[in-house]
Design a protein around this ligand. Sequence first.
Ligand SMILES: Nc1ncnc2c1ncn2[C@@H]1O[C@H](COP(=O)(O)OP(=O)(O)OP(=O)(O)O)[C@@H](O)[C@H]1O
Length: 252
Amino acid sequence: MAEEEVILKAEGLTKEFKGFVAVKNVNLHVRRGTIHALIGPNGAGKTTCFNLLTHFLTPTAGQIHFKGRNITGSSPAAIARMGLARSFQISAVFPHLSVRENVRVALQRKLGNSFFFWRSERVLNQLDGRAMELVTAVGLEAFAEQQAVDLPYGRKRALEIATTLALDPEMMLLDEPMAGLGQEDIKRIAALIRTVARDRTVLMVEHNMSVVADLSDTITVLARGEVLAEGPYATVSKDPAVVEAYVGTGHG
Ligand SMILES: Nc1ncnc2c1ncn2[C@@H]1O[C@H](COP(=O)(O)OP(=O)(O)OP(=O)(O)O)[C@@H](O)[C@H]1O
């Protein structure tokens, strides 16, 4: 794989919790412009891996490179500024601000706390314009003036994606974007992920196999902290070791 094609690279990634190895020597290469899924049965180490990649956890060993730069040990804020952003949990949304205001706050945060120039009316109006573009991009225009707390669950997920898009990341990491969603919301959020992935790279941890099959260019399967298989869905879903790992845990 040509080096310039790889936007995110993890090598020998390992995380130990008091002697228990949750992630073991994981090598991961995410190609620029693709949708890459990280899957595996319960307890496989997906969340730990995700937290290592987004720097919410420090690896015991291994290195992470983003756009050719070693970002091991950098702060989540620093890597977000470099263009690698994780979608924030729903709890990070301000419940009593409107949808539009939530996105505007995210845009303000991108500008940085040290600059207060955005308090001027002209800049606020500009930010409102961009916020509405993002609100529309995620299909929330009809909800723009509603408080976040009043949104249906699936719409909150869309808002979470909009606030992440406000950072204009080159690469977006999504932690179980379909968790807790009904069929209709799943369709809508899957379409949204496909749209946002047109001009950026997406890495997601996801349990919903039909979504993974539908969206992903590449899938990495983890089991017991190790990479079991990697490739397109058609290949990994037929891999005997993958079938065994899922059947063995009753996932089917
Ligand atoms: N902070 C921690 N301290 C100790 N053990 C941990 C910690 N975090 C995770 N683990 C263990 O590491 C292993 C991998 O957990 P992880 O949550 O990464 O798996 P997962 O693949 O995301 O699972 P799930 O699909 O159930 O969310 C599990 O055995 C878990 O108990």
